[in-house]
Structures are given as structure tokens and as C-alpha cells.
Design a protein around this ligand. Structure first.
Ligand code: NAI
Length: 385
């Protein structure tokens, strides 16, 4: 199978490596010559590190690299049966690329976008044959992260959905099906991990170190919210939050925090700039958490209740199945447990009571309980049997 990848930035080279590792011939193109020139050495470096760690034979790495073919222009994508676009996140630029591509590829070539925030329907609408268009959303770094969200647009044909699922599963990935709504599954359901932690900080309930300690100690999360935001970068994390907030018609559940906005404006982006919520300079002061169990549990319970509420609402609005929501959060962002399984374990009624207590305290619709959770608490039902 010959596939095409357009855009050889962070995501494009990762996706090309995944497809070539699965045995595909991969044509790659980038409009910025320097980025295209860096692509093969970048992939080679990633393959070399697998060889050095003993995870791959040197001869295999050589074969994989040999299947990745830089193109001088899109006309060389003529023989591709699937093209995945991973260029700059601008709708008009992506649309122009798909229009050009449709004049080159065969009628049954599938066109896909790796977009994180644009609607798949709006991109499909830029195509002459929108039924062949689909969202295929990888996570960074693509060769490492197992999860891929598959997002059909309203226009996408059933056979294109099936072919996309089969192809991406064949590349060794775990696929989940998501409805074409802002943030798809992961970038929507994960928002309270950051947003509610920021709210707790903004209200002066606890500092960054204490909130991070509480989420790791009582929740078993590999990183606390502030450590994770510093790792992702406050610019990227803030932009995702703001995009999701506006795309959901300013639903207070997704409201961004001024604390994070100011850090971003100050250039305190996190690890990559040497300073974010924490200071990463060599002899920097490391704040200690206030390890008080009652307060730590209160912080963790509040964030978890908000995460479960978002996960349940995604199921309620048919964004994805309960199974896929839990798979997405454990495989896409390494949550220690699926949120809906967690809800079953602690009891749906318990989650509803926590949300109702928050709502009673704040009178803010941010804390409204998902209709699904309330219905399940009345019925006494569970997500999984
Ligand atoms: P990037 O900035 O690293 O790479 C984008 C590449 O596209 C650049 O090399 C640029 O020269 C090229 N490009 C721009 N316009 C082009 C055009 N008209 N034709 C051909 N090439 C063009 O971006 P990144 O981070 O790889 O993101 C790409 C896409 O993947 C975006 O849609 C983003 O939303 C999505 N995404 C990003 C993730 C991440 O963590 N970085 C995760 C999942 C999705």
C-alpha cells in the first residue's frame, strides 16, 4: 500500500514512520524545503534509537527508512490510496491542499486530516468528493502513542470509515471512533484535569505542588496537572482549552484560567522555556506540597468528579461509546484507569453527590451533573457489567 503524508513537522514524520514500519511505501511532502530535508534524518534518528535500545534490527530500520520517499511536489502522490495531512492548523491552507490533491489522486483515494481542532465536516466540505474524507487523529509522539481517534464527518461514507479503521489497526494502533465535535474524545474529556486544578489554585485552596501531589498520590496519575501542563507547554495547552471553550459556545465547563493565560503571555511556557508553574533552572527552589490527607483527597475527588462528568457527558451525547472513552483516556493520555470504570468503582451516586455539592456551593452551571449520570444514579445502573 502506498500512502502519502503532507507536512513533515512533529506529527507528519511520526505518522510516516508508523506507516513505513507497518510496511507501507510512504510519500512525504512539505512546502517548506528545509522541513522536508530534515524529515528523513529525523526519522532515521528515531529508528536508530530503537536499534540502540535493542527494540529493532538495524536491517529492519534500514528497510523502513528506504520505504519513506520525499516528494518534490504533490503530483508524486498520484499512486497513493490514503493521504494524511499534518500541516499547519489553518482551515483555508488545509482546504487548498485538499483541492489540489483531488486533482492528482485516484477517485477512491481516502483523504484524511490529523487536525486537532478543526471540524472534519468543514474540511470535507472543501473537497469535490467529501464522502472520501475523514479525520485520523494521532497523538504525539505518533510512533509511541498507541491511540488514534477516527472521526467520520457527516459526509463520510461507511466504507471509508471501515477502511480507515482497518488500515490504522493494521499499523498496530488502538482505534476509537469519535463524533466530529470539538476536542473529539481526549482533548475534550481531559479538560477538567487542567481546568479544575487551575480553579482550585485560583481560589487559593492549594498551591501547584500540593495539587500535583494530591492527583499523583490519591489518583495514581503519572504526572500532576501542573507538571503535565509544563511538559505539554502552556501555549499549546492554553490554546486547546480556549479553542474547545469557544467551540462549545462558551460553556463554563471549559472556561480557561487567567493564571495560565498570563503565564503564556509572560513566556513562562513550561519545561521548554525553563519556567512555567515551576522553575526548571539548575538550582531553582523546589516547592514542597502540603501533604495533608483530608485536603489532598478533597482536591483529588473534586477533579475526578469533574473528569467523570465530562466522560459521561461524552457518552450521553454519543461522542463515543463508554468502552472507547475509557480506551482513549488510558491509551491516549496514560490515565491510570478508565474514567467510567472509575465511576463504577466509586459509585455513580457518589459522583452525582459530589457534583451536586459543588453546584450548591458555587451556583455555576460548570458544575451541572450530566443527565446520564443522574439517570444512572436513579436506575442504580453501571457503565460496565
Ligand atoms: P508542525 O508545525 O510541526 O508541522 C507542520 C508542517 O507543515 C511544517 O513543516 C510546515 O512547513 C508544513 N506546511 C505548512 N503548510 C504547508 C502546505 N501548504 N503544504 C505542505 N506543507 C505545509 O505541526 P504539527 O505539530 O506536526 O501539527 C500538524 C497537524 O497535526 C496540525 O493539524 C495539528 O493540529 C495536528 N496535531 C498536532 C499534535 C501535536 O502534538 N503537535 C497532536 C495531534 C495533532
Amino acid at each position: 500500500m502506498t500512502i502519502g503524508v503532507i507536512g513533515t513537522g512533529t506529527m507528519g514524520i511520526g505518522i510516516a514512520q508508523v506507516a513505513a514500519t507497518a510496511g507501507c511505501t510512504v510519500r512525504i511532502f512539505d512546502s517548506y524545503q528545509a522541513s522536508l530535508e530534515k524529515a528523513k534524518p529525523g526519522i532515521q534518528k528515531s529508528l536508530d534509537s530503537l536499534v540502540a535500545k535493542g527494540k529493532m534490527e538495524a536491517s529492519t530500520a534500514e528497510q523502513i527508512a528506504g520505504r519513506i520517499l520525499p516528494a518534490t511536489g504533490l503530483p508524486e502522490f498520484q499512486d497513493c490510496s490514503l493521504v494524511i495531512e499534518a500541516i499547519v492548523e489553518k482551515k483555508e491552507i488545509k482546504a487548498a491542499v485538499f483541492q489540489e490533491l483531488e486533482g492528482i489522486v485516484s477517485e477512491d483515494c481516502i483523504l484524511a486530516s490529523n487536525t486537532s481542532s478543526l471540524s472534519i465536516a468543514s474540511l470535507a466540505a472543501s473537497c469535490r468528493k467529501p464522502e472520501r474524507f475523514i479525520g485520523i487523529h494521532f497523538f504525539n509522539p505518533a510512533p509511541v502513542m498507541k491511540l488514534v481517534e477516527i472521526i467520520p464527518a457527516v459526509q463520510t461514507s461507511g466504507s471509508v470509515v471501515n477502511q480507515a479503521l482497518t488500515t490504522i489497526k493494521g499499523w498496530g494502533k488502538i482505534t476509537v471512533l469519535a463524533k466530529d465535535t470539538p476536542g473529539f474524545i481526549v482533548n475534550r474529556v481531559a479538560r477538567p484535569f487542567y481546568g479544575e486544578a487551575l480553579r482550585i489554585y485560583d481560589e487559593g485552596i492549594a498551591d501547584f505542588a500540593t495539587i500535583d501531589w494530591a492527583m499523583k498520590t490519591f489518583g495514581g496519575f503519572p504526572m500532576g496537572p501542573f507538571e503535565l501542563m509544563d511538559f505539554i507547554g502552556n501555549d499549546i495547552n492554553y490554546t486547546v482549552t480556549e479553542t474547545v471553550f469557544h467551540s462549545f459556545f462558551c460553556d463554563p465547563r471549559f472556561m480557561p484560567s487567567f493564571t495560565q493565560k498570563r503565564l503564556m503571555e509572560a513566556g513562562y511556557l513550561g519545561r521548554k522555556s525553563g519556567r512555567g508553574y515551576y522553575d526548571y533552572s539548575p538550582n531553582a527552589y523546589k516547592p514542597s506540597p502540603l501533604e495533608e490527607e483530608k485536603q489532598g483527597r478533597m482536591i483529588f475527588n473534586r477533579v475526578l468528579a469533574m473528569l467523570i462528568n465530562e466522560a459521561a457527558d461524552a457518552v450521553h451525547y454519543r461522542i463515543a461509546s463508554a468502552q472507547d472513552v475509557d480506551l482513549a483516556m488510558t491509551k491516549g493520555v496514560n490515565y491510570p484507569k478508565g474514567l467510567l470504570q472509575w465511576a463504577d468503582e466509586i459509585g455513580i451516586q457518589n459522583v452525582v453527590d459530589q457534583l451536586d455539592a459543588l453546584f450548591a456551593e458555587y451556583h455555576d452551571t460548570r458544575y451541572r451533573c450530566s443527565a446520564l449520570l443522574r439517570k444512572m444514579s436513579v436506575e442504580g445502573s453501571r457503565f460496565f457489567s
